[in-house]
Design a protein around this ligand. Structure first.
Ligand SMILES: *[C@@H]1O[C@H](CO)[C@@H](O)[C@H](O)[C@H]1NC(C)=O
Ligand SMILES: *[C@@H]1O[C@H](CO)[C@@H](O)[C@H](O)[C@H]1NC(C)=O
Ligand SMILES: *[C@@H]1O[C@H](CO)[C@@H](O)[C@H](O)[C@H]1NC(C)=O
Ligand SMILES: *[C@@H]1O[C@H](CO)[C@@H](O)[C@H](O)[C@H]1NC(C)=O
Ligand SMILES: *[C@@H]1O[C@H](CO)[C@@H](O)[C@H](O)[C@H]1NC(C)=O
Ligand SMILES: *[C@@H]1O[C@H](CO)[C@@H](O)[C@H](O)[C@H]1NC(C)=O
Ligand SMILES: *[C@@H]1O[C@H](CO)[C@@H](O)[C@H](O)[C@H]1NC(C)=O
Ligand SMILES: *[C@@H]1O[C@H](CO)[C@@H](O)[C@H](O)[C@H]1NC(C)=O
Ligand SMILES: *[C@@H]1O[C@H](CO)[C@@H](O)[C@H](O)[C@H]1NC(C)=O
Ligand SMILES: *[C@@H]1O[C@H](CO)[C@@H](O)[C@H](O)[C@H]1NC(C)=O
Length: 376
């Protein structure tokens, strides 16, 4: 289980990082709609209202919006009922080191941010507008110096802005070793407490993804129990976010996954028809980048193999992609695809292994498998 989780994250890192090859595309829709109407529009015509996962994606979004003449644009974040803990940097919320009887949201006064007690290293929830020193996280530094201690008192939100401007973000702490590493940075200063990147909120994304990334203008969200339950990018504020009444009419940004795993089991011909009716086509894996994306999407399959848009032509004795490209990039499993194919009763098509090496195998087209459609 851990290994699987690990490899997916490494793959995602490769997909997002090394290849600069986003697995989705943004679509700006220049029609004023309420947030709920915008959500329906995106879900019917694309994947969903846009989710923003990090600063890099926020910059991409701003690039798309920069020549638009509107003042506010809906994104997929809206207020839910139950708060939970998030790391500012977006890490999974796995390790905590709360002090005894914490967190307690003392007197119900809204303790939504987290400080570390110097020396003890235990954590406490506190109201976010208090002014404390704070700990930034800097991914450009070496493993033993992830943390930069800033000895200027700031509110949690201003500390977050500072860390994002000069380092990476407010500190994330993923285990006891990192907690100690962070404490060590403060030992000589005798400080009593400092902010880290943990916060509690109930905002959630339309697509149910867990992104903890928030980019509020410093005075936002400014209504706590509220009639302003939806989120808009404010063009006048460099794309920072405002909480807005959901019935306001604004243009919006949808996103669309480039690849979609279809969790039905169909023959190759039916899978091809399904993709052409509901998306663009069965996926053609022209390059290593697409193979990486396909590998990520394939993790959720319920069949052992997954149809690709790859089919064998017995007349030419050759493999083709359904997009009519010849097969240049190859990823066949040993013994598959490269020899003479069985040209008996049923023609053959190419499928991906959903587990293991994610190689391609040659199978008769009447087998029933999950499949991957492309939208581009
Ligand atoms: C999907 O897009 C079409 C045309 O762009 C539009 O007419 C339709 O209303 C949209 N769907 C929803 C649910 O808004
Ligand atoms: C977040 O804060 C809310 C409001 O005080 C509280 O009900 C909720 O339990 C908190 N969430 C966590 C995970 O502590
Ligand atoms: C703590 O977490 C960091 C980052 O995930 C990792 O590199 C390190 O090996 C972990 N240390 C321990 C003792 O788990
Ligand atoms: C913290 O400092 C102590 C004392 O200098 C050292 O023994 C320990 O290894 C340090 N911890 C980490 C995680 O670097
Ligand atoms: C999102 O977080 C919830 C609760 O922490 C967890 O159960 C779920 O698996 C997470 N989903 C994803 C896609 O990471
Ligand atoms: C919240 O901020 C918005 C935008 O600045 C403003 O129009 C609105 O009046 C504020 N609401 C409250 C309750 O302060
Ligand atoms: C906003 O969300 C809160 C929490 O879910 C809810 O209590 C409130 O009724 C919502 N307000 C509106 C106008 O929908
Ligand atoms: C896919 O379908 C199988 C069998 O119908 C089901 O058990 C599984 O939960 C589904 N997976 C997803 C991700 O929908
Ligand atoms: C591929 O080429 C064949 C024969 O030239 C043609 O019938 C078919 O429509 C083409 N398919 C696509 C997706 O362009
Ligand atoms: C094709 O690959 C699969 C999976 O690795 C393997 O089980 C099968 O034997 C291979 N086919 C041939 C003809 O070698």
């Amino acid at each position: 289980m851990y290994l699987k989780w690990f490899s997916i994250n490494v793959l995602l890192a490769a997909v997002f990082g090394a290849f600069a090859f986003a697995p989705y595309q943004y679509v700006f829709v220049n029609e004023a709609k309420t947030w709920t109407e915008a959500q329906s529009y995106c879900r019917q015509n694309y994947t969903d209202l846009v989710t923003v996962n990090n600063m890099k994606e926020m910059k991409n979004l701003n690039t798309i919006l920069k020549d638009k003449t509107t003042s506010s644009v809906w994104i997929g974040l809206n207020r839910g009922n139950t708060g939970r803990w998030h790391w500012s940097l977006g890490d999974s919320d796995l390790y905590h080191n709360w002090a005894v009887l914490e967190p307690n949201n003392y007197l119900g006064q809204g303790e939504y941010c987290v400080e570390v007690y110097g020396f003890a290293g235990t954590w406490n929830d506190d109201t976010c507008n208090k002014m404390y020193y704070f700990m930034c996280y800097d991914e450009t530094m070496t493993n033993t110096q992830l943390y930069v201690y800033i000895q200027q008192p700031k509110t949690w939100r201003d500390a977050q802005s500072y860390c994002r401007q000069y380092h990476t973000d407010l500190a994330s702490v993923r285990n006891q070793t990192e907690n100690q590493l962070m404490l060590n940075v403060t030992l000589s200063s005798g400080v009593s407490r400092f902010w880290i990147g943990l916060f509690n909120d109930s905002w959630q994304w339309s697509d149910h993804s867990n992104s903890s990334f928030r980019y509020w203008r410093s005075d936002q969200p400014n209504t706590t129990t509220s009639n302003e339950n939806c989120t808009a990018v404010s063009m006048a504020d460099q794309g920072q976010w405002l909480d807005v009444n959901c019935n306001t009419m604004n243009p919006f940004v949808c996103y669309q996954n480039k690849l979609v795993l279809v969790n039905q089991t169909l023959t190759w011909w039916d899978a091809l028809r399904y993709c052409r009716e509901n998306h663009r086509d069965l996926v053609s894996v022209h390059s290593e980048e697409v193979q990486l994306l396909v590998t990520v999407v394939a993790q959720k399959a319920s069949s052992e193999y997954i149809w690709l848009g790859l089919h064998h032509n017995c007349f030419f004795s050759c493999w083709f992609w359904v997009t009519n490209h010849t097969v240049c990039f190859q990823n066949w499993a040993p013994g598959n695809g490269t020899g003479r194919e069985d040209c008996g009763v049923v023609e053959r098509a190419g499928a991906l292994e959903s587990i293991g090496g994610q190689h391609w195998v040659s199978l008769p087209k009447n087998q029933q498998l999950n499949f991957i459609c492309s939208n581009y």
